[in-house]
Design a protein around this ligand. Structure first.
Ligand SMILES: Nc1ncnc2c1ncn2[C@@H]1O[C@H](COP(=O)(O)OP(=O)(O)OP(=O)(O)O)[C@@H](O)[C@H]1O
Length: 768
């Protein structure tokens, strides 16, 4: 650092404390004392309010110097004082004592005696009684180390310190770790700013121009070439007191062996950037997960509201119907009354006419007639009142009816609005769920090791994502989305496939494949046993469960079973037996005309149909003189759904594929029929590898048609699909070469993303 001789020296850093502290070291000679003007200048510079204290200090320094000088000029000085001053390293330490009433005392210790400056009395010993009424702030001794009477070492136990400094962070490979902002004394590179007349921190980029710093950054870079970001290194250097060794150990402690493998050139990935990327993705996944959950509950709420409104609408319609009936009844009553009134009126008229026209009547008859006329008039009045009230009832009912019809209209409108909102929310939920899947990768690769009591010292399972194979003294490390240890259950394994099975119900084509040498556990993983069912039965059970749960969508599920043997495609569900099929393509649509499809409603249906297909497979295998492990078994479920609320149609397929054994021809020493089989398997598995490679390199042409297997799987291995590959391995050391080859195959797929998946209307048409 280019600090000019005339420039003031930087003051000692006093981290996290506003109080000024100063230390003056006197090595037996007055000439080694720092210039007291300089000390004062530093203190004033850092805090002008402390000018008063600095004057005290100046006075004390003068006293100390005077003391020394007087000792030189007066050899008769008291012996005790002389002895004390003649000790080799006589030091004066300045301290600040904070009284609980806020008063700050500036003290100094000389010859073991703590003194302070009193305004009236001058320099006097520090009163004993004050010790319990306040505390000493931090001081530095001559070695530069910090003393603090009132604190413990902050490195020992951070938990007692303030809580807002405590936090946690996820470090890939280490999980969630606790963090704490420590308060430490460190070296800081500053420059002298003439304009401010102060020492300021040199910004990172300029600091890089200093030889001192550059040299250290270079040292770290040379030791760990994987860390290329110089700012990252410099930041670490700053925190480690510019000690490159400490930085190197720090990086190794954090990033561990991944740095080592980078040094050995086995990977090109920059670990820090990658780990940050992973961290970011993890956070994004977490946010998306929350959003998905939120959307799901919103969709559920809307669905409930919709149901409720439909119920209300039905209820209102019933009421309207009742009212119509009541109005009709009242109208007929009204007509009846009106009719009766008119009849009475005509009767009345007739009687009056009779009275006028008839010859003079007898008195009795006249009285009787008058009474009758009176009665008629009274009942006519009554009828009129009844008719009037009937009419007003009708009016009221009509009014009620009208408001109900209006209500009905508005609730129909509301239902329509909710329906469109629901449609939007459903789409959004699907998109979010899909984004989540995309982040995790549309192709997930799992490794599963068969359960075996054989020793497996050549296999080391580092975590549930990593395993190492010891091969002739060298170690090969493989990383997958998940590694299932031999003791993992069928349930554990199935859990890994759950998310993509859910996607299938949302309208995405999904494919689950098991790859590995013969006997490595592919069939066990896919089919399983009666007691321990594998992915096939569990996934379709889950499909049925989700379909059943989504009341608003009506699904039809169909199953078909295919075997690919010697590049021939066979329908295993055909009742006529031995039926070979042709694959046809129209653009991206793949069809298998004549393929048998059966509708399934329950788990029992599926078990029955699959066991029928397996029997067919065994019969055919016997006829063809082969073993089931020499062919690929493909079970396809087609899901057609219609959303009863939004009317949206979805169509998707779940393809479950138990591949033939992947062992190499050279190892099997096959001849004749076996050689033909092995060549066909080799061809199809090589084609599968080529398809994955083309996808990995984003090739314009993906060679799906190189084998029947890849041709058939095309809809499940394109941008619109999601796939999951199980790499099954044997723990037996004699299978080491095949294990390595399978693991390498899995690793090559691991780095592929299928592109952006989209739900679609069916693009694999079966049985037409
Ligand atoms: N994880 C496991 N736990 C218990 N048994 C297992 C496990 N994996 C495989 N097995 C058993 O190992 C034997 C071979 O497994 P499986 O038939 O599934 O192998 P495969 O890879 O399908 O062979 P192939 O290619 O010949 O069909 C079977 O008896 C199976 O039950």
């Amino acid at each position: 650092m280019g600090t000019g001789a005339s420039k003031p020296q930087p003051k000692k850093e006093n981290v996290g404390d506003n109080e000024e502290r100063a230390t003056v070291i006197q090595n037996g000679s007055a000439s080694t004392l720092p210039d007291n003007t300089s000390i004062r200048q530093q203190m004033v510079q850092s805090n002008p309010a402390d000018e008063e204290i600095s004057e005290d200090i100046e006075q004390m320094v003068q006293i100390t110097q005077g003391h020394k000088r007087s000792e030189q000029t007066n050899p008769q000085l008291q012996t005790g004082t002389r002895d004390a001053l003649e000790t080799e390293d006589v030091s004066v330490t300045f301290e600040s004592f904070q009284h609980q009433n806020g008063t700050l005392y500036t003290c100094f210790t000389q010859n073991g005696m703590r003194m302070y400056f009193d305004d009236e009395k001058g320099i006097v010993p520090f009163p004993q009684e004050l010790y319990s009424q306040g505390k000493f702030l931090d001081t530095y001794d001559e070695s530069g180390s910090l003393h603090d009477d009132n604190r413990q070492d902050s490195n020992e136990n951070p938990s007692h310190l303030e809580n807002d400094r405590t936090n946690s962070v996820h470090i890939p490979g280490k999980g969630m770790v606790m963090t704490y902002i420590f308060e430490e004394r460190i070296n800081v590179c500053k420059y002298y700013d003439n304009d401010c007349d102060a020492w300021l921190i040199l910004p990172l980029l300029w600091e890089m121009n200093l030889d001192f710093v550059l040299h250290r950054v270079q040292q770290v870079k040379e030791a760990i070439p994987a860390i290329t970001d110089f700012k990252e290194i410099l930041a670490a250097l700053r925190l480690c007191n510019y000690d490159p060794d400490e930085v190197i150990s720090l990086f190794f402690a954090i990033f561990g062996d991944s740095l080592q493998s980078n040094i050995n050139g086995q990977q090109n990935v920059e670990p820090i950037a990658l780990q940050r990327e992973i961290s970011k993705k993890d956070k994004k996944i977490e946010v998306l997960n929350k959003k998905v959950q939120q959307r799901e509950s919103e969709v559920e709420a809307l669905h409930l509201k919709c149901k409720h409104l439909e119920e209300e609408k039905r209820h209102l319609l019933l009421q309207v119907e009742n009212l119509y009936e009541k109005v009709a009844e009242l109208q007929s009553d009204q007509e009846k009354y009106l009719h009766e009134i008119s009849e009475m009126k005509s009767k009345n008229t007739q009687i009056t006419d009779k009275l006028h026209n008839s010859a003079p009547l007898k008195k009795d008859k006249l009285i009787k007639m008058l009474r009758e006329a009176h009665e008629l008039s009274t009942s006519s009045d009554k009828l009129r009142v009844l008719a009037t009230s009937g009419l007003s009832d009708i009016g009221l009912s009509i009014e009620h009816l009208r408001s109900m019809v209006l209500n009905l209209r508005s609730s129909t409108k509301e239902i329509e609005e909710i329906r469109s909102l629901y449609q939007r929310e459903s789409m959004e939920r699907k998109l979010l769920y899909n984004q989540l899947q995309e982040l995790r990768g549309n192709i997930r690769v799992f490794c599963r090791c068969r359960l075996d009591d054989k020793k497996r010292e050549h296999l080391e399972f580092l975590s549930d994502e990593e395993l190492v194979v010891n091969c002739n003294g060298s170690k090969k490390r493989f990383r997958y989305d998940q590694v299932f240890l031999p003791q993992c259950t069928q349930e554990d394994v199935f859990k890994g496939t759950l998310p993509i099975i859910k996607s299938c119900v949302d309208g995405y084509n999904v494919c689950i494949l098991a790859y590995g040498q013969t006997g490595s556990g592919k069939t066990y993983t896919m089919m399983g046993t009666e007691q321990k069912p594998g992915v096939n039965i569990r996934s379709i059970k889950e499909l049925l469960r989700i379909c059943h749960e989504r009341e608003r969508v009506k699904y039809v599920i169909r199953i078909s079973m295919i075997e690919i043997y010697n590049e021939g495609v066979w329908d295993l569900l055909s009742h006529s037996g031995n039926k070979q099929l042709e694959i046809r393509s129209h653009g991206k649509v793949v069809t298998l005309p004549g393929l048998t499809e059966m509708e399934v409603l329950t788990e029992e249906d599926i078990k029955r149909i699959i066991s029928f297909g397996e029997k067919n497979r065994t019969v055919e295998s016997t006829k063809m003189n082969t073993e089931s492990s020499r062919s690929h078994l493909i079970v396809i479920f087609t899901l057609n759904g219609i959303d009863t609320i939004s009317g949206v149609l979805t169509s998707s397929t779940l393809t479950l594929c138990d591949l033939a054994g992947s062992e190499r021809i050279s190892k099997t020493e096959a001849t004749g029929q076996r050689l033909v089989e092995a060549a066909a398997i080799n061809k199809s598995l090589t084609a599968l590898g080529q398809v994955f490679t083309a996808l990995k390199t984003n090739s314009l042409h993906v060679p799906y048609r190189n084998s029947k297997l890849t041709h058939l799987l095309q809809p499940s291995l394109t941008g619109q699909a999601k796939a999951c590959v199980f790499v099954n391995i044997s723990p037996d050391v004699k299978d080491l070469a095949e294990t390595l080859s399978s693991l390498q195959f899995g690793s090559s797929i691991q780095q592929i993303a299928l592109g952006k998946p989209t739900p679609h209307s069916s693009n694999i048409k079966l049985g037409h």
